[in-house]
Write a protein that binds this ligand. Sequence first.
Ligand code: 5GP
Ligand code: ZN
Length: 119
Amino acid sequence: MSADPHCIFCKIVARTIPSRVVYEDEEILAFHDIHPSAPVHFLIVPKRHIASMAHLGPDDEALLGRMMALAPRLALEQGCRPYPDGGFRIVLNTGEDGGQEVHHLHLHVMGGPRPWLKG
Ligand code: 5GP
Ligand code: ZN
């Protein structure tokens, strides 16, 4: 499993940096965002270091699909109300213009009663 020694999310995956984990399997870790923008705000990341969505290859399609497919279940478990009155937002920032600050691929999953800090 490839890790970048300077990457903060690789350190979270390795448990060198603590986080509030909400889900884990062989390929994926989900944990609460340290600065939540909504009442529910967690991140879903691949355990393997992939710098951004611009770095995805054909072999990563299933992984990204699994990350996306996990979101509805974890959102409900973390307190989002069910669709259609509830729901959640997925954000995947990519590159500087895309607003990406941590260069290890991650989905933001945000939900809960509004107003939210962002959006
Ligand atoms: P980006 O702007 O790259 O899409 O989002 C990075 C997110 O990672 C931000 O929402 C930020 O709050 C979160 N974050 C940055 N450092 C840490 C950390 O050490 N722990 C956790 N749990 N979240 C972090
Ligand atoms: Zn990383």
